[in-house]
Design a binder for this molecule. Structure first.
Ligand code: LER
Ligand code: MN
Length: 282
């Protein structure tokens, strides 16, 4: 396994105040960090160089919004969604990210009041195939992320995301699994993980209240048993949210702080993940 920390706990935009935090994450024993890609005009090649110097690998996360919704009935909005996904992939490549994950299949926090239609599914597959073709060019793998029903309506169950990726049918398009969304949407963790195994390429380790993994109500034993059972051996990235994210707060519904200190959360969360994995491999 590789162990990562999502920087959304601190910021939605990379800036110099992160440098001492990155050094500490490396010293703690993290293999890498997950970078937010919301502002696409930063010098991501320079960030890649800084992270190389620190010895931190990286993955990337992004979202789409209503104006650039890849499943919109408005063709111009769909084209904008694909264009921004392409631009995000270019930024990921410049920063040296191996994977781009997140709900870039449809608009975060936007609802029509109905479930997905056949047209939305078709547009979604077309948009994602175009995105995957660019992903292949720049050599950044896509990890499509289903979200719980309160954050989006297009892909909620992990098995639906897997079906979506199979229809996109492109070697550079996989899906990811997030323990927080799974805790809301899935009936059986082992069944879900077995069902998505062929397309799974990334995991978010996230507690039921988005604070320190291991200290809440997620069914951790079942999650780690099943991940080891299916032979998953990729990134385990902690995703925790504080109040640093006006961009995402409205969609992810984070209104209060649920932990004492960010670096303590990172330290305790890393120890928790490593212990869960190594204790099953003895
Ligand atoms: C959002 O709920 C989420 O899980 C993130 O990975 C992407 O914003
Ligand atoms: Mn997530």
């Amino acid at each position: 396994m590789k162990y990562g920390m999502n920087l959304l706990l601190w910021t939605g935009e990379l800036n110099d105040s992160l440098l001492p935090i990155l050094e500490k994450l490396k010293k703690m024993g993290y293999d890498g960090v997950e970078l937010p890609f919301f502002n696409l005009d930063l010098d991501y090649a320079a960030w890649g160089k800084r992270l190389d110097d620190l010895g931190l690998e990286r993955t990337g996360v992004t979202v789409r919004n209503e104006a650039d919704n890849p499943i919109s009935p408005n063709a111009a909005a769909r084209a904008k969604g694909v264009e921004l996904n392409h631009k995000t992939l270019d930024c990921c490549a410049a920063a040296g990210c191996q994977t781009l994950v997140g709900p870039f299949h449809s608009a975060l926090g936007y609802f029509t009041g109905k479930g997905p239609t056949a047209d939305e599914w078709k547009w979604g597959v077309e948009s994602m195939r175009a995105t995957a073709e660019h992903a292949q060019k720049v050599k950044v793998k896509l990890g499509v992320e289903p979200l719980n029903r309160f954050e989006c309506y297009f892909l909620n169950a992990h098995a639906d995301a897997a079906k979506f990726a199979r229809e996109v049918n492109h070697p550079w398009c996989g899906i990811m699994y997030d323990t927080f969304h799974s805790n809301i949407e899935e009936k059986s963790i082992p069944k879900t993980l077995k069902e998505i195994k062929d397309v799974l390429c990334h995991v978010h380790i996230s507690e039921n209240d988005r604070s320190t993994p291991g200290q809440g109500n997620v069914r951790w034993r079942k999650n780690f048993d099943a991940l080891i059972e299916i032979g998953y051996d990729g990134w385990l990235v902690i995703e925790a949210f504080g109040l640093a994210l006006p961009e995402l707060a409205a969609a992810t519904k984070i209104w209060r702080r649920m932990f004492d200190e960010e670096l303590q959360l990172a330290k305790d969360g890393l120890a928790f993940m490593k212990n869960e994995v190594t204790s099953r491999r003895r």
